[in-house]
Write a protein of this length. Structure first.
Length: 625
């Protein structure tokens, strides 16, 4: 690596640490200041911070591999998260969540189920889920950034004692970066996270524009056309994937077959099924939920969520598309003949392209941008997870009265504990794809049923929530253990077959088990107190099956009206999904020089933007707290 690139990276790291520590004094006033920035941060800064937190290295490496192998339609893999849950949040969920005026997702649960035994059980289980999911995401970041840095940087950081390897070079790099990021995150809480993420977002945008510009200058249309086929550029699909690669690149077709997603229609159908329920369930108790709760008002929560969608996808896919085009032209022939080619190897494509096919200076800025992506996402999770340990477990059940400084110190200890457990989990993960599928399918499968029902069904109670979440968590954990040990099962046994099923196809099973736990827990226990339900429904006002509660409120106030906005919200969500998709495919078509499809994408983006201005933005402006 050239000294100029090293200098750029060093300046970035020093600047990030300096900014994070400089603003950390604001976080010492108490837990609300530490975890929510005292509800005093501008909504557009929170939006930039939220978008920056979603711009992670592991996810970027995964998306580069998917786009390289499957072409434009690969963006639909993002529906497994599902990425358009951000649209549902923007349209109606941000308003529902922010009206609660609390600190964490599990504290919010108390407003829905009360503070009796059932309410406390539901409160505790969502706090446990939040910590488990944050640990899983830290493992995901650990795996991705280590793989990335080992290919990029020239130094071997393998740590061994005698013949025994203690840490591989990948693990050492990951540990070093995690340590640096943890320092300023723990020191400054939400203030440091947001301040550094706004800085990091700017660096990532510059990196994306530079890579896209370099690709346009140095790669010709003819070079691109020689590699990719019409099917690679085709956004639409049939039940079964057609041949993506032609002639000398047949090894990539074989890899697609080995991936197990040849029946693409089934994958998309499952993603849509999961995506609807996961989106209505709302954000998992992590960093994007904390951003919503950190806004000054209900209206600003909606603005922040919409702004996140607007500023995230185009710059991110300029970067991803530029890297993929360079990989297609310079590395496709080598990868096609590589004997050990698998999807895990394609996850290193991002680092390989940067290492060998990006010029001095641009390389340093790009690396700084990707380090920013890692640090911003990691810090966001490290800030969100300990909030549940300290505020929802330690403070609520063990030490309800203490000085603010005591809780801040407890937050520091909790942060280190969460990071440690995430790193330990990362040591047992061999692929970004593996842990991505576990998080998006198994873990989310255990979350979705109970959190979907909490919004839409008045009879659903705290015990139903507890048993639904617990059942889902147990099955998701068993799936992860089986997947991690699938090579140890005897072939042709039911355990072997079950462990080799793709995680996305297990979603209905996990969802079904969780739903069964939710319904049994609900009907085998008494309903939530009507006073709690009236207070919740009267303030949050979700749509769904709330007739008895609405009647009770109307008896007290004849002017009270139910929320009947389901179909309007669903229409806006459908338009929003198209709007979001156009922002993803637009930069891809631009970079592969398919200008007719690029103009169509731009037209769709402009039309859906205008529609949402009238159907969503104008109505949001009228919202009052």
């Amino acid at each position: 690596m050239h000294s100029i690139d090293i200098a750029i990276i060093a300046i970035y790291v020093i600047l990030t640490l300096a900014v994070g520590i400089w603003v950390s004094k604001k976080a010492s006033k108490g837990l609300k200041s530490y975890f929510l920035g005292g509800n005093d941060i501008k909504w557009y800064f929170l939006g930039l911070s939220n978008g920056s937190g979603m711009f992670d290295v592991s996810g970027t490496a995964w998306m580069v591999a998917l786009l390289f192998l499957y072409g434009v339609k690969s963006f639909m893999w993002m529906w497994m998260w599902p990425i358009w849950n951000q649209i549902f949040i923007m349209i109606f969920l941000a308003v529902w969540i922010r009206r609660s005026n609390i600190m964490t997702g599990s504290e919010w649960i108390t407003t829905r189920f009360g503070d009796d035994r059932a309410g406390r059980a539901s409160h505790l289980i969502v706090a446990i889920f939040a910590v488990v999911s944050v640990i899983g995401f830290i493992a995901y970041f650990f795996e991705g950034v280590g793989k990335f840095m080992t290919i990029i940087l020239p130094w071997d950081f393998t740590f061994a004692i005698g013949e025994a390897t203690i840490f591989t070079s990948e693990q050492s790099y990951a540990l070093l970066l995690i340590l640096l990021t943890t320092i300023y995150t723990i020191k400054g809480g939400m203030f440091s996270v947001v301040a550094t993420e706004v800085l990091q977002y700017g660096i990532m945008v510059i990196a994306g524009i530079l890579v896209a510009g370099y690709t346009f200058i140095h790669i010709s249309d003819i070079q691109i056309e020689q590699v990719i086929s019409d099917e690679w550029k085709n956004l639409f699909f049939s039940w079964e994937l057609n041949t993506h690669w032609e002639g000398k690149y047949d090894a990539f077709n074989k890899l697609i077959d080995e991936q197990g997603y040849k029946m693409f229609g089934a994958l998309i159908g499952m993603s849509l099924f999961k995506g609807f329920f996961a989106s209505v369930a709302g954000p998992t108790p992590s960093y994007d939920l904390q951003r919503i709760l950190s806004t000054k008002s209900v209206k600003e929560a909606a603005y922040m969520s919409g702004f996140t969608n607007l500023i995230l996808f185009i710059p991110r896919y300029l970067l991803i598309g530029g890297i993929v085009v360079l990989g297609l032209v310079y590395l496709a022939p080598q990868l096609n003949s590589y004997e050990g080619l698998d999807f895990s190897y394609l996850e290193t494509l991002l680092a390989q392209v940067i290492n060998f096919h990006v010029p001095v200076g641009v390389k340093g800025l790009l690396l700084a941008g990707l380090l920013a992506a890692f640090m911003s996402t990691f810090s966001a999770f490290v800030n969100s997870g300990p909030a549940y340990i300290v505020n929802d477990i330690y403070k609520k059940y063990y030490k309800p009265k203490a000085e603010p400084k005591h809780y801040i110190k407890a937050s520091h200890i909790a942060s280190f504990a969460v990071v440690f457990l995430g790193v330990v989990m990362g040591f047992f993960t061999d692929s970004i794809n593996t842990i991505t599928l576990w998080i998006t399918s198994s873990l989310m499968g255990g979350y979705v049923a109970a959190n979907f029902l909490k919004w839409v069904w008045w009879r659903f109670n705290g015990w139903g929530y507890f048993w639904g979440m617990l059942a889902g968590l147990i099955v998701a954990t068993l799936q992860f253990i089986m997947d991690s040990n699938k090579s140890s099962f005897e072939p042709d046994t039911w355990l072997y077959e079950l462990s080799h099923i793709h995680a996305i196809y297990l979603f209905p099973i996990i969802f079904g088990v969780s739903m069964l736990g939710s319904i049994l827990g609900t009907y085998l226990s008494k309903p939530t107190d009507m006073g709690v339900l009236k207070e919740f429904y009267g303030s949050v006002r979700p749509w769904g099956f709330w007739k008895p509660v609405a009647q009770a409120l109307r008896a007290e106030n004849p002017d009270f009206t139910e929320n009947k906005g389901f179909w309007n919200d669903m229409m806006n969500c459908g338009i929003g999904m198209i709007w979001q998709s156009s922002m993803i495919v637009l930069p891809i078509y631009l970079l592969i020089r398919d200008y007719p499809k690029m103009w169509i994408s731009l037209t769709v983006f402009l039309i859906t933007t205008i529609i949402l201005k009238y159907t969503w933005l104008d109505k949001t402006r009228k919202i009052t707290d």
